[in-house]
Design a protein around this ligand. Structure first.
Ligand code: KG4
Ligand code: ZN
Length: 338
């Protein structure tokens, strides 16, 4: 293996166009361009997303290379997210990466977006020892993984319906909060009473999760208030409602993680994805793993959200093992992990 190998990572699975460079396992640059096109729609519009990726991809990659102090010809491999995600968005990154691989005569490494989130634990510091558990929790995903080595994972549990971040965003919308609801609910919950309303906690057999019930429970709770009094009720109790909802979601996340880690005999836990920014979730999981002497590993916030640094790192880990993808590889919107 060549020392100091430089890997370019590209990520376009949803609404962020991102590129990053990792050299010899160290992050040199990370650029994320977040699309503002979706703000008025309350969610990501796939057609707008792919067009925006097309406009952003060249300047974003150029900037990542410039900030790394490298030229295209210095690259040893190009890693790209091949799924899961929005197919039109994925195709922009995959096509661009193939063209670079072909033009520069360097290997292409297709990366599962979720393997990228798992690799984000190694962008700073040592990261957890193997094997470890990892909770991937974002607007698109909620999964509990067992990670035996880079790229060697087993799915332990997953949401059967909405992702936890989606539940935060949908409930944020019900409460009239700005999109995305997650950060706003977290902020308001800090001043609220989590026992104000005992929203039901859905518990499934095994380690699976479900967040559709809690969303409906919040809706019914609000609808039970007479319409003419609802706005005033929400204004008066907004912080308490946020705290009560958040506590229920955190309870539903912590319970299966605890069970899965106990059953699998795992001590170390990674927490990745956008919802890992949630302060209550971090506190509760820290309490949980320290109760058996383990450590909770959370990447810096910038690498919890979607980014290309994690794709470059996952690409580096795979490339180091000799993994290379054929140029016939295609985007797979429902690519599974584990
Ligand atoms: O990983 P990410 O950037 O994109 C996806 O792949 O989905 O995650 C975004 C999600 C959104 O649903 C957002 O509401 C949620 O992460 N989020 C939070 C917090 N910060 C972001 N949810 C709860 N508490 C937070 N502090
Ligand atoms: Zn993600």
């Amino acid at each position: 293996m060549k020392p100091n190998a430089a890997i370019l990572g590209i990520e376009t699975s949803c609404d962020d166009t991102a590129a990053a460079v990792v050299r010899d396992g160290k992050l040199l640059s990370s650029v994320v361009s977040t699309q503002l096109e979706h703000a008025d729609w309350g969610g990501v519009v796939p057609e707008l997303a792919s067009r925006a990726h097309e406009r952003a991809i060249v300047p974003v990659v150029d900037r990542a290379l410039r900030e790394a102090g490298l030229h295209r010809t210095d690259l040893d491999a190009v890693a790209v997210t091949i799924g899961p995600g929005l197919v039109g968005s994925l195709l922009v990154g995959v096509s661009f990466a193939k063209a670079l691989s072909l033009g520069l005569g360097i290997p292409l490494v297709g990366v599962n977006h979720l393997d990228g989130h798992l690799a984000s634990l190694f962008l700073e510091g040592q990261g957890p020892a193997f094997p470890h558990a990892c909770l991937i929790v974002s607007g698109g995903h909620t999964q509990i993984m067992r990670v035996d080595a880079p790229g060697q994972t087993r799915l332990l549990g997953r949401t059967r319906d909405d992702a936890a971040g989606e539940a935060f965003d949908k409930v944020g919308k019900l409460l009239g909060l700005p999109y995305p609801g997650g950060p706003e609910i977290d902020r308001r919950a800090a001043n609220g009473d989590p026992s104000f309303q005992a929203f039901p906690r859905t518990r499934l057999a095994g380690y699976d999760l479900s967040f559709s019930g809690i969303k409906t429970a919040v809706l019914y709770h609000l609808n039970a208030v007479p319409e003419e009094k609802r706005a005033a009720y929400m204004e008066q109790h907004m912080d308490d409602l946020c705290a009560s909802f958040q506590e229920a979601v955190v309870d539903m996340l912590v319970a299966p993680v605890k069970k899965a880690m106990r059953d699998e005999g795992l001590q170390e836990l990674g927490l990745v994805g956008g919802v890992s920014a949630n302060s209550r979730l971090r506190n509760r999981l820290t309490e949980l793993v320290s109760s058996w002497g383990g450590t909770l590993h959370v990447p810096p916030l910038a690498y919890c959200m979607d980014n290309a640094a994690m794709i470059a790192m996952a690409g580096f880990q795979l490339w180091r093992e000799g993994v290379e993808s054929p140029l016939t590889i295609t985007a797979d919107p429902s690519l599974a992990l584990g």
